[in-house]
Design a protein around this ligand. Structure first.
Ligand code: CA
Length: 331
């Protein structure tokens, strides 16, 4: 549009002399180049804004000097590469641990199958290398949320004791390559700790509603994900091969109602559960309610006790083989 006006202005004002026409064309060419330069600046700005929004913090490592008005174009190939503190080498926290052995904290990772890097909490204690996918600590974050929140992740990603759900899309990407161990750390209101581990933990993609799969259980808190040791309970509450449900997307096996609605969280509900780690946060442990909707691990403290701390964290099985059991009871 701008260019058309410029060309029009040229054709009206220019005399038929060739030199002036050439001059005008030259000016148009210069303006075209500066438009391309501005378009590229806009691209860089949008790219920086995207990073800022995704990761809360972002420092320009290579701030470009201000451009002169008639400076020639910046070709797209000169867009800044991911560099400086934006470099993301690690597919998960185990890779970061192997490389740098840093302390526990929030780091940016990029699993092979993920489109963009994202922020995770890395637990570098307990053998190190754990990527944390869920954390409950103080009840400050509401876990009774919709499908899109559980898909994309929610909560706070700043302090070590922040509560969050990493997001089913991120968890799916994280577990795509190789086999992973899931460790669940629990703590009750007296400060007693316990844990459960599952081999070959993975979840399907969104098309299959993030269906849960896991293999062998080990640990001391009991196999609540499979509903304990009774066959009848296992049939109705085992979470293995269940799809994910939220209050607005019911994929459970409870035909008369919605487990997610009753139990106040997103989870792989059957009809309904023996483990409800995304449930409602009750501040005193034992609770009374219409439904067993607390932060529950049935095989340890029962359905009517809501836990104080929970952590769900994953690590490649290979990592465990090279480091020993990793079976510490750290919460
Ligand atoms: Ca249902």
């Amino acid at each position: 549009m701008l260019l058309e006006l410029l060309l029009l202005a040229c054709s009206v004002s220019a005399s038929p002399r060739l030199s002036e026409e050439e001059e005008c064309l030259l000016e148009v060419e210069t303006l075209k180049r500066s438009i391309r330069g501005l378009e590229n600046k806009l691209l860089i700005g949008a790219w920086q804004l995207k990073n800022l929004r995704q990761h809360n913090f972002f420092h320009l490592s290579h701030r470009r000097p201000p451009q002169r008005h008639n400076e020639t174009t910046l070709e797209p190939t000169s867009l800044p590469k991911i560099s400086g503190n934006l470099i993301v080498y690690d597919h998960d926290c185990s890779m970061l641990y192997d490389r740098l052995k840093p302390p526990s904290g929030f780091y940016r990772i990029k699993p092979k199958s993920a489109e963009d890097p994202f922020l995770v909490y890395c637990d570098m204690s307990d053998g190190g290398g754990w990527t944390v996918i869920q954390q409950r600590r103080n009840g400050k974050v509401d876990f009774n949320r919709d499908w899109s929140d559980y898909r994309d992740g929610f909560g706070n990603f700043k302090r070590n004791n922040d509560e969050f759900w990493l997001g089913n899309e991120h968890i799916h990407a994280l577990l795509q390559d190789g086999e992973h161990l899931l460790k669940i750390d629990l703590m009750d209101w007296k400060g007693e700790k316990n844990y459960a581990m599952y081999e070959n933990f993975r979840i399907a993609d969104e098309k299959d509603k993030y269906r849960l799969q896991y293999g062998l259980y080990s640990g001391r808190a009991g196999d609540a994900l499979s509903g304990g040791s009774h066959m009848v309970e296992q049939w109705s509450v085992s979470h293995n091969s269940m799809q994910f449900s939220t209050r607005d997307e019911d994929h459970d096996r409870y035909l008369q109602g919605s487990c997610a609605e009753e139990n106040k969280g997103g989870w792989w509900y059957n009809r309904c559960h023996a483990a409800n780690l995304n449930g409602r946060f009750y501040r005193r442990g034992e609770y009374k309610a219409r439904h067993d909707n607390g932060v529950v691990w049935m095989t340890w403290r029962g359905l009517w006790y809501s836990l104080r701390h929970t952590t769900m964290k994953v690590r490649p099985l290979v990592f465990m083989d090279s480091m020993g059991s990793g079976a510490g009871a750290e919460g």
